[in-house]
Design a protein around this ligand. Structure first.
Ligand SMILES: [Zn+2]
Length: 144
């Protein structure tokens, strides 16, 4: 969590801040993309947040637009083909994982899904219930 408020900068100032504060790579425009090694997302110069510097004394800081990501400019690498392929693969895996999760949830709602253990538990509960019902029906006379 960051306490400083993001400073509203014009595009030119934003680009200027990127150039000044990111000493690792060259920025030619705000549309340039970087791959954040910390959160694994592609970000553009426009999305990068420039914070601080409101009173002229605090140094300006660049931060990743992703929530909870505290990467620094050094973590932003140029998205090479290799990196783009990796991002694509990760996104694909994420899609698959969420599809699987969704499928599992659907099965879980419609039918009894059990592991061996919970199945046994379920059966033993059923037996006890049957036993209880039998005893109950014997003890209480049937309705007229
Ligand atoms: Zn990040």
């Amino acid at each position: 969590m960051t306490l400083s408020t993001a400073t509203r900068l014009s595009n030119e100032e934003n680009l200027e801040a990127l150039r000044r504060l990111d000493q690792f790579r060259q920025w030619h425009s705000l549309e340039e993309k970087r791959y954040c090694l910390v959160c694994g997302k592609l970000i553009t110069g426009r999305q990068i947040q420039v914070a601080g510097g409101t009173r002229g004394t605090d140094p300006l800081r660049l931060s990743c637009p992703t929530d909870g990501c505290n990467s620094i400019p050094m973590d932003w690498v140029l998205p090479t083909d290799e990196i783009l392929a990796k991002v694509e693969k990760l996104a694909e895996e994420e899609r698959k994982a969420s599809a699987l999760k969704l499928a599992a949830a659907t099965i879980g709602k419609g039918k009894i899904v059990y592991t061996d253990k919970s199945h046994q538990h379920f059966v033993s509960r059923l037996c006890r219930l049957a036993f209880h019902l039998k005893r109950h029906s014997k003890a209480v006379p049937s309705n007229p």
